[in-house]
Write a protein that binds this ligand. Sequence first.
Ligand code: PHE
Ligand code: CO
Length: 286
Amino acid sequence: MAVEPAIYGASERPPRGDYAREGLVQADYTCPQNYAAYTAQDHDTYRRLYERQAALIPGLACDEFIAALPALGAKDHIPRFEDINARLFKATRWEIVAVPGLIPEVPFFTLLANRKFPVTDWLRTPEEFDYIVEPDVFHDLFGHVPLLFNPVYADHIQDYGRGALKAHGLGACEQLSRLYWYTIEFGLMRQPDGLRAYGAGILSSSGELQHAVRSEIPNRIALSPERAMRTRYKIDSYQQTYFVIDSFQQLFDLTAPDFTPLYGRVKAQPELAADARLPEDVVIAR
Ligand code: PHE
Ligand code: CO
């Protein structure tokens, strides 16, 4: 996702991507997908990323993701967003829109609240094949877009956009961004047959997919929005803590209440380190 700086952590480094685009970037930060700019090497890099990741997902990605992945279409080149939209809009009335890279919070949340998902249009270089800090078209498409075909998840992301605009007005963007990070980007789900990933940052990373689901190193804790909102996160390494849900319906229900009083409680408590453990944590076994 073209995740706004609050989500990826304030960075001194300007975001990558061509924001000038000769006037093609609109007031809402969307732009045409610059399809002609993709080189043969870009399409080949995308094909190799897709192939590696698709081979890894059985047993590591949640069932909803595996069911929806074919809806992305093209595997051997970067898809055209309009082709994906023809299917996506029919499925859940969502659309993807191209953006030149990271965009500010308010326009980002406004797009989500309007069921428009911002997708960065540039692709990483072959040198960044294994790991990239900033979201690119592969992370955004492969990680985020398949689950937008799932009706419960699709509604949740719209609610998140609306809730984030409210959080902005309450000065609680940092708190909600942490919840976003630990769910939409790095969430795990407990299925009857074991732990699986649904977070986009995990699903689009070959190393973190295996680490998040199988490694004995990280904490895995049943999701509590309050606990997640207090927990800092790393943007440039694998996560030290993953929060676990049982279903998208549970995520929807946990995030449905009015968060206004919760933000007050969270701000009154100390922040927690990314690897903190608390006695009240409900630890989830692999
Ligand atoms: N229910 C939250 C609020 O009232 C908004 C929200 C919805 C946040 C979905 C995250 C996900 O502020
Ligand atoms: Co993302």
